[in-house]
Design a protein around this ligand. Structure first.
Ligand SMILES: Cc1cc2nc3c(=O)[nH]c(=O)nc-3n(C[C@H](O)[C@H](O)[C@H](O)COP(=O)(O)OP(=O)(O)OC[C@H]3O[C@@H](n4cnc5c(N)ncnc54)[C@H](O)[C@@H]3O)c2cc1C
Length: 352
């Protein structure tokens, strides 16, 4: 409905946020002026810092502790019951798939539906697996069990990966965002993310991402691209602007594709990928309302066949055409504590 560009007016939120801190600033506005009870979102587990867990933040300090993108598996919906049990409506923050799951839960759970005050999505090109973080740590020469804190972004835009080692405040390892995402984490994508139709939070009230159309100098003050997707989102965002929580200027609708060419290309190739899965008689999701054929036609004629061929190759090389052994076996091994890879527990399929 509307496209805006800007940042959290509070300099601390802007600095610590992944992009311009807009997500955190809007959530804080909801706590302080919209009588919302709390914010369900994810952050690092304090005892096991490589693992992400849900939190129910109730003030600025708690929100600030969970700013920044976590480029590893995270599941805020695990604790939707916290929202159900709250005294008044709440804010939900998650990736586009988290918000899609939230909307499905809302549709079958009236109590939850009544308690969703605002759903905010971050843009998402795909969640790297936990192995991606292990690879990142190996590049930095840090053992997973030695990590006391890991930040993937933020503290400037786009910010650096920062890893602190247990036992010494001075032992800090850093890597630039482009090296971390471009050379390491993007190699650890998950298959389900490869065929995701919604990378910009189409089910959310408000969605935020990076305005990459700007030339970014390392660690400059951040900027957010803010998309209004529902009337509720528009009302809340405008009130947050009026009270000075976010400083935003209207942006042309073309700012979104100019900022996210990779996400747009992903949408354009999706029909070809699904077609290949269908040809291989794989279970293929059906995505309605995403204009997949129209998007596919925006590719040059010969380019339309590349995703088909790439997916056929992927299907064959990964042997996706037959049931995966790991889903059929009787047990599954779970690394319960990401900080100590030695702690492995085997549980039965029924328990899962
Ligand atoms: C895996 C991943 C891929 C991304 N890909 C893109 C992309 O392609 N293009 C783009 O523009 N932006 C992408 N982002 C989003 C971007 O990094 C920023 O999160 C977004 O712009 C919001 O910035 P902010 O400063 O407003 O958020 P902040 O104020 O820093 O708040 C971030 C919020 O996001 C929540 N959060 C962080 N990590 C996760 C997670 N893994 N799952 C659920 N919630 C989380 C936090 O709890 C926090 O509330 C990605 C983020 C992730 C986690």
């Amino acid at each position: 409905m509307e496209v805006w560009e800007g940042y959290a007016t509070d300099p601390e939120i802007r600095f610590k946020g992944s992009s311009g801190g807009a997500v955190t600033a809007i959530a804080l506005f909801c706590l302080q002026h919209e009588q919302m009870a709390g914010v369900l979102h994810v952050g690092a587990n304090l005892e096991s810092p490589l693992q992400n867990v849900p939190f129910f933040s109730k003030n600025k300090e708690e929100l600030l502790a969970r700013t920044g993108s976590r480029y590893s598996p995270a599941a805020p919906c695990e604790k939707l019951k916290w929202i159900e049990q709250a005294d008044s409506p709440c804010v939900f923050i998650g990736k586009p798939c988290d918000v899609a799951a939230l909307r499905k839960s809302q549709s079958i759970n009236q109590t939850l539906n009544d308690k969703i005050g605002l759903a905010v999505s971050i843009f998402c090109a795909g969640t790297p697996t936990t192995k991606g973080t292990y690879d990142l740590l190996a590049t930095l020469g840090v053992k997973p069990q030695g990590v006391s804190e890991i930040r993937y972004r933020g503290y400037g835009w786009p910010g650096k990966v920062t890893v602190k080692v247990k036992g010494s405040d001075a032992d800090v390892h850093q890597l630039s965002y482009s090296e971390c995402w471009g050379k390491i984490l993007s190699n650890f994508g998950q298959f389900r993310c490869l065929i995701c139709p919604d990378t910009t939070g189409e089910f959310a009230d408000i969605a935020c991402g990076d305005p990459w159309h700007r030339k970014v100098e390392q660690s400059q003050p951040g900027y957010s691209l803010v998309l209004v997707r529902t009337e509720k989102g528009r009302e809340i965002l405008h009130r947050a602007m009026r009270l000075g929580y976010v400083t935003l200027a209207p942006a042309h609708i073309s700012t979104l594709p100019r900022s996210q060419p990779a996400l747009l290309n992903g949408r354009r190739t999706l029909f070809g990928q699904l077609l290949a899965m269908h040809l291989m008689r794989l279970p293929t999701p059906s995505f309605n309302g995403f204009s997949l054929i129209e998007n596919w036609h925006q590719l040059k004629f010969w380019n339309r066949f590349r995703p088909v061929l790439a997916m056929l190759w992927h299907t064959i090389s990964e042997k996706l055409y037959r049931p995966q052994k790991k889903y059929l076996s009787g047990t599954i091994t779970v690394n319960e504590d990401f900080a100590s890879p030695a702690v492995i527990k085997t549980i039965s399929r029924e328990e899962t």
